[in-house]
Design a protein around this ligand. Structure first.
Ligand SMILES: Nc1ncnc2c1ncn2[C@@H]1O[C@H](COP(=O)(O)OP(=O)(O)OP(=O)(O)O)[C@@H](O)[C@H]1O
Length: 257
C-alpha cells in the first residue's frame, strides 16, 4: 500500500515565482489497485508521480510504502520497487543498444552490474519468450538497435522492460499519448495483461478519458493540486465520458475559463 500524507510541494520556494502546488495533500493507494488519474493541464499529475518516485523534493509530508516511511529514500533506491513508463518511448529504452542488450539491462536492474552492457546468453531464450508475448516479431530481431524500431514497438519494449524485474508499483505517465490510436490500443491491452498477470499496483496518468474509464478499478480527477473526484469499484464502473467532461467543464467555469 502506498500512502501520501500531508504532502506540501512548492516550486521555486522563496522566490517571486514561488508556486504552491500541493498543500496538505493526502492519497492512499491500496495494494493491487489500478488507479487512473485524469485532470486538466497543470493540475499536478506528473508532479504527483515525480513525488512518488522521489524525482523532486518535498517541502513537507511523508510517503509510506507498506507502512515504511520512504520520504527520505533517494530516487535510485525507490526505482528498485518502481517501474515507470513515460510518454516518450525513447525514455524507457536505450536506442543505441540492441533489443537483446536492452532486455539484459532491464533484467539486471538493481543488481551491482546493472549498468553493464554485456548480455547473459543463457537468458536469451527467456527474453525471446517475453518478447514473443508482444506479438510484434521482436524475438527475431534481437540484434537490431532499439533506435531503429517504431515508437509503438519501443513503447511495448519499455513496458516489458519496466516490469521485468520484481516491482511493487507500475507508473504510467501518459504512456500512450505519443502513439497512433491503433498502437495506443495495443499498448493499453498489453498494459492490462501485464498488470493482471503480475498483480501490480498501478498508477496511470492519462488524458484519454475512455482509457481512464475502461481500465483499472479506481479513477481520480485532479485540479489545482487537489483530488476533485474519486471513484472506485461499482461507482467507477458506472462512470462515463460525458460525466467526466461535465466535471471538467464545471471546473473550467469555476476557474473563469
Ligand atoms: N520544474 C518546475 N518548476 C516550476 N513549476 C513547475 C515545474 N514543474 C511543474 N511546474 C508547475 O506545476 C504545475 C503542475 O505541473 P504538472 O506537470 O505536474 O501538471 P500536469 O497535471 O502533469 O500537467 P499536464 O497535463 O500538462 O502534463 C504547473 O503549473 C506547472 O507549471
Amino acid at each position: 500500500m502506498l500512502e501520501m500524507k500531508n504532502i506540501s510541494k512548492y516550486y521555486n520556494p522563496g522566490t517571486v515565482n514561488e508556486m504552491c502546488l500541493f498543500e496538505d495533500f493526502n492519497l492512499k493507494i491500496e495494494e493491487g489497485e489500478f488507479l487512473s488519474i485524469v485532470g486538466s493541464n497543470g493540475s499536478g499529475k506528473t508532479s504527483l508521480l515525480n513525488i512518488i518516485c522521489g524525482s523532486i523534493p518535498l517541502e513537507d509530508g511523508q510517503i509510506y510504502v507498506n507502512g515504511k516511511n520512504i520520504s527520505k529514500e533517494k530516487e535510485y533506491k525507490r526505482n528498485q520497487m518502481i517501474g515507470r513508463v513515460y510518454q516518450n518511448p525513447s525514455l524507457g529504452t536505450c536506442p543505441n543498444m540492441t533489443i537483446l542488450e536492452n532486455m539484459s539491462l532491464a533484467d539486471n536492474k538493481g543488481k551491482i552490474y546493472g549498468l553493464s552492457r554485456g548480455t547473459n546468453k543463457a537468458r536469451t531464450p527467456y527474453y525471446q519468450e517475453l518478447l514473443q508475448q508482444l506479438s510484434l516479431g521482436l524475438e527475431d530481431k534481437l540484434n537490431t538497435k532499439v533506435g531503429a524500431l517504431s515508437g509503438g514497438q519501443r513503447q511495448a519494449m519499455a513496458l516489458l522492460m519496466a516490469t521485468m524485474s520484481p516491482i511493487e508499483f507500475l507508473i504510467l505517465d501518459e504512456h500512450t499519448a505519443a502513439l497512433d490510436p491503433k498502437t495506443a490500443e495495443l499498448i493499453m491491452e498489453l498494459t492490462d495483461k501485464i498488470v493482471r498477470e503480475k498483480k501490480l499496483t498501478t498508477i496511470m496518468v492519462t488524458h484519454n478519458l475512455r482509457y481512464a474509464i475502461e481500465y483499472g478499478n479506481r479513477l481520480i480527477m485532479m485540479h489545482q493540486g487537489e483530488v476533485v473526484l474519486d471513484k472506485k469499484g461499482k461507482e467507477k464502473e458506472e462512470e462515463s465520458i460525458e460525466n467526466l467532461l461535465d466535471k471538467f467543464n464545471a471546473i473550467s467555469i469555476e476557474c473563469g475559463n
